[in-house]
Design a protein around this ligand. Sequence first.
Ligand code: IPE
Ligand code: IPE
Ligand code: MG
Length: 254
Amino acid sequence: MAIDKDLQGLQAGNPRHIAIIMDGNGRWAQKRFMPRAVGHQAGVKAVRKIVEYCAIQKIEVLTLFAFSSENWRRPEEEVSLLMSLFLSTLQREVDKLDRNNIRLRFIGDRSAFSDKLQIKMAEGEAQTQDNNALTLVIAANYGGHWDMCQAFRQVMDKIAIGELKDQAIDEQLISRHLSTADLPDPDLFIRTGGEQRVSNFMLWQLAYTEMYFTPTLWPDFDQNSLEEAINSFKGRQRRFGHTGEQVLAKSITQ
Ligand code: IPE
Ligand code: IPE
Ligand code: MG
């Protein structure tokens, strides 16, 4: 979605869309002298708790970065462990998500995944597509650069067949061709694990997102940690280029 240039809604309330880089699984395990795989398994448990909390809090969209387009560079053993964990988690959790009225979505280049996994992903999306509580977006083999490339390819194809004129290219049009086309941009970005970088996550969509970094390792990130992040968000003034005074004047007259 395009940046809201109107003054409405600039005083941060509850975030509509929370996007999280779930980092620190490996270090969590290493601290316990256990293999990294154990950290990833503990990470799945943390996902369950956070999804549940977001549903209860009536957050509209939760996006979780599960596997980046760069994570293929990891040792083969870890990549294959992550793939099987992804598949087994889907097999176990989709019915539960469905029962809780949660809509499951995936963003990223899924063509690199096994057929079995791709089928399970499509089934999970189809089964939950009419749910209207939380939308849970899993970013898998996702990269912000990939997202922009695939959007540009779609736009170029439409221009080539005369469906679009190049003068029609503006920010809204690009947004509408990203993998998040029908979703609001993230209001709150959280990265666990202490690193303060974006690592090729939703590059376009994060233009005006509030950033929150915590040293807490992902498997230790719980409801209280998320509440802390949301409280930090609520204490912020979102200006979108305006002055603080303009924002305050508007919120008084509302
Ligand atoms: C995040 O945890 C999970 C994935 C990238 C799949 P890491 O595996 O990156 O954990 P650290 O950063 O090595 O601790
Ligand atoms: C980012 O974490 C990707 C996910 C959490 C899925 P990484 O641990 O892979 O990020 P970098 O490579 O350290 O920046
Ligand atoms: Mg990491």
